[in-house]
Design a protein around this ligand. Structure first.
Ligand SMILES: Cc1cc2nc3c(=O)[nH]c(=O)nc-3n(C[C@H](O)[C@H](O)[C@H](O)COP(=O)(O)OP(=O)(O)OC[C@H]3O[C@@H](n4cnc5c(N)ncnc54)[C@H](O)[C@@H]3O)c2cc1C
Length: 361
């Protein structure tokens, strides 16, 4: 919105920007230098004003609704899920453990640690526990662990052990007792079964979806809630990834900007082009990225859109492909003559943008 010239205010409970990326995800996963560069780039923008230390409450929210044209709720999920088994009060929430790990008062977990919930966040917790002095970390789950990729590999490389199916019966000062009679000794038991939104500051007229005992904000494709002036983006609308949260923020910003400018907003509906349909050999790698908007634009692969490079027309061995001008200004199309096409697939193989595709005949 700021880029479109709209003044945007951020009200943040914490004293830093960045949500879970800054507060929770260990620096080993997200390098501090990269992070600081991103934050600097953001804070150097015009039209953004940040107000730190504001914990949203009903009165404050009502004031925002009165003072501003739109309110976007992006509070994420900061209420850890817990299970009320005996001894649950001895268990540390993954969110609290990871937040403490990034603070100047990290929690020392002792030599043996058990983590309830063996997803990717559980793996990050395991790595953090090793960093803070643990020697034996066990992740337990009621089902086959959902963890995958780098998070799982890193935890396993440090020595973390996965056990399932394990249903917690009780947590004691000595460790975790399971329903199957087994006992895993631990000085610290951490629960990592997800976080849910904390929405006590919202008025009742804003509709929520109840899933798994928690409320998530209900929105349309633009991120608009049942109150047309209130939007919701990111984990508070559906738990996901930072990338999805950023995308949802961009969508909401575009919808609001369009409305302010009196334009009709259309959701992005183009089909995703499969990477395998692009001929990446035509492009040189640019690991450093562009220094400015024009350089960034020059790196665009233009995937899915014809860039009028004539490669298909040139390479076609039977001259089946030809280019023709269309009546609209600067408009053209490439067509393939079925009577000449021998289905060699050269056009699809050479098209840099994945426009030509072979179909089974
Ligand atoms: C351990 C872990 C690892 C992850 N790893 C990855 C990964 O590798 N890749 C990936 O894409 N995603 C990852 N994620 C998910 C990612 O962190 C979230 O999807 C993303 O941060 C969601 O962004 P958000 O803006 O919706 O919420 P958040 O990042 O949670 O931001 C919400 C903000 O709102 C503030 N806030 C909350 N309540 C209030 C209030 N009442 N008043 C004022 N401010 C408030 C919070 O302080 C916070 O700054 C990971 C998450 C965790 C926990």
């Amino acid at each position: 919105m700021a880029r479109a010239g709209v003044k945007a205010h951020i009200f943040e409970k914490d004293k830093q920007l960045g949500g879970k990326l800054a507060q929770v995800i260990p620096w080993e996963r997200l390098p501090m230098a990269t992070w600081q560069q991103e934050i600097e780039r953001f804070t150097n923008m015009d039209n953004v004003e940040v107000h730190f230390g504001v914990d949203m409450n009903p009165a404050e929210f009502a004031k925002l609704q009165k003072d501003f044209d739109y309110v976007i709720v992006a509070v994420g999920t900061h209420e850890p899920r817990r299970i009320p088994f005996p001894g649950h009060e001895k268990v540390v929430a993954a969110l609290d453990f990871l937040k403490a790990g990034k603070s100047d008062k990290p929690l020392k977990p002792g030599k043996q640690v058990v983590i309830i919930g063996a997803g990717n966040v559980g793996c990050d917790v395991a790595c953090e526990a090793y960093r803070l002095g643990a020697e034996q970390v066990t992740l337990v789950d009621i089902q086959k662990p959902l963890a995958f990729g780098k998070e799982k590999e890193t935890a396993e490389a440090l020595g973390a052990v996965f056990k399932w199916p394990i249903m917690t019966k009780e947590v004691t000062d000595e460790g975790l007792a399971a329903n199957d009679g087994s006992f895993i000794p631990a000085q610290t038991v951490i629960i990592s079964i997800g976080d849910v939104p904390k929405l006590g500051f919202l008025p009742d007229n804003i509709e929520c979806l109840k899933v798994g005992g928690a409320s998530w904000l209900k929105t349309d494709k633009a991120g608009r809630t049942s109150d047309t002036k209130v939007f919701a983006v990111g984990d508070v609308e559906r738990p996901g990834l930072a990338t999805s949260a950023l995308g949802a923020g961009k969508t909401a910003a575009e919808a609001i900007t369009a409305e302010l400018e009196g334009r009709e907003w259309q959701p992005f509906t183009k089909p995703v082009v499969s990477l395998k349909n692009l001929t990446l050999e035509h492009y040189s790698p640019e690991p450093a990225g562009g220094a400015n908007q024009n350089e960034e634009a020059d790196r665009c692969l233009s995937c899915g859109s014809c860039r009028d490079c004539h490669l298909c027309e040139t390479i076609c061995p039977t001259n089946a492909i030809s280019r023709r001008e269309l009546p609209e200004v600067d408009s053209y199309e490439y067509i393939s003559d079925d009577n000449k096409c021998i289905a060699c697939g050269f056009c699809a193989d050479t098209c840099p943008c994945g426009v030509w595709q072979m179909r089974t005949n």
